[in-house]
Design a protein around this ligand. Structure first.
Ligand code: SF4
Length: 367
């Protein structure tokens, strides 16, 4: 059998230490993973597990749940046991919930040292408990909850301030010979965020969790995250990502996966190559592209489908794709693997493309 060449990437991954988040490796040669966070009350176990199942189905690798109260901590054992993907407990204020999450069987715990007062006293116990249980941690530095000392020193949450915080927190764990943690330095401003991760990546080999925090509603958050993650991943920086959107978490996962697919950091699945349309278009390209995308949603095979508005670039792109249409004169020429297989009236283009796509997927054995 022929060995398929790996698709090109913009830059080689930077070498980081590998840690485990349950069954998912993060850092080292592990693929960049996609995370999201549930929006349900963690105490509502059924709703939380339902949302985790939806996230898993959409391609999420690791899920985080908020643990703001004792009741939430009590829900963790069942959630950790029943989730199909590793669960990270997100803990901001109470060290005692860190121990509860470790005991509950969570794969990892996110701690926010800036928020956990008297944290210093407990680092040793947390490191020991995590180490004994094989649980990893994330040191999650966030611009909005930076240690007051650093805010005072730097005037505001600059990239340098966040990195200083992260490196210091890391050293607290390293003093106790605990190294199973990743770090995030999140800021809502993609420029500051990119600078922070660049600086941090020069300071150590910790695996890095990328995030633009409070990135905003879906459109703005998608653009901010894609821009910032693209800048960093293109320098080989970043081992796991979370897109934060004011939108359902499944959308975060879709965006995260699409970012990784775009950079060839995850195998591409369905890819629609559609033209922007122009004065030459002889068909409603937007509607055609939307209908084909909707009709093929969820397809798991790598398939490039070209939807082109006219015969200028149409046949060329359609030929390059696995499947395509070049429209003109009220008709659509349907291409499969570079050959015109038929010409159909305009109103049959969508159904023909979907039928052909399903047939090809079946042939690939993954429909
Ligand atoms: Fe315009 Fe045709 Fe190009 Fe689409 S394929 S942008 S319609 S020239």
């Amino acid at each position: 059998p022929t060995v398929k060449e790996a698709p090109p990437v913009v830059a080689p991954r930077r070498t980081t230490r590998k840690i485990r988040v349950g069954s998912v490796d993060v850092g080292g040669d592990a693929p960049v993973s996609v995370q999201s966070m549930t929006t349900t009350k963690t105490t509502d176990i059924n709703a939380t597990l339902q949302q985790i199942a939806e996230l898993t189905a959409s391609g999420c690798d690791i899920v985080r749940v908020a643990v703001p109260s004792a009741d939430d901590a009590e829900a963790l054992p069942i959630i950790a046991k029943k989730s199909q993907i590793p669960v990270i407990a997100d803990i901001h204020f109470q060290p005692k919930y860190v121990f509860a999450a470790i005991d509950a069987g969570c794969a990892a715990v996110r701690v926010n040292p800036g928020n956990i007062r008297k944290f210093d006293d407990q680092v040793k116990q947390i490191a020991k408990a995590a180490s004994d249980a094989g649980v990893s941690l994330r040191i999650g530095v966030n611009a909005g909850s930076l240690d007051p000392r650093l805010l005072e020193k730097h005037g505001k949450a600059t990239a340098e301030a966040m990195v200083e915080s992260a490196v210091w927190e890391a050293s607290l764990f390293e003093e106790h010979d605990f190294h199973d943690f990743k770090i995030s330095v999140k800021h809502h401003d993609p420029v500051v965020m990119v600078q922070a991760y660049q600086l941090l990546s020069e300071r150590g080999d910790w695996p890095l969790h990328l995030g633009v925090t409070e990135a905003g509603p879906a459109f703005q958050g998608t653009v901010k995250s894609a821009t910032a993650f693209g800048a960093l991943l293109s320098q080989g920086i970043g081992d796991t990502i979370r897109v934060s959107l004011s939108a359902p978490p499944v959308e975060e996962v879709k965006v995260g996966n699409q970012i990784l697919e775009s950079l060839n950091l995850r195998p591409r699945k369905l890819e629609i190559v559609s033209c922007p349309s122009c004065g030459r278009a002889q068909v409603d390209v937007y509607e055609l592209a939307d209908s084909v995308t909707a009709g093929l949603e969820g397809m798991s095979v790598p398939l490039r489908v070209a939807v082109m508005g006219c015969v200028v670039n149409g046949p060329g792109e359609a030929r390059e794709a696995d499947l395509g249409v070049a429209s003109g004169n009220g008709k659509g020429q349907i291409f499969v693997k570079g050959e015109v297989v038929r010409t159909v009236p305009e109103d049959q283009i969508v159904e023909t493309l979907i039928a052909e796509a399903n047939r090809i997927a079946e042939e690939m054995g993954e429909a």
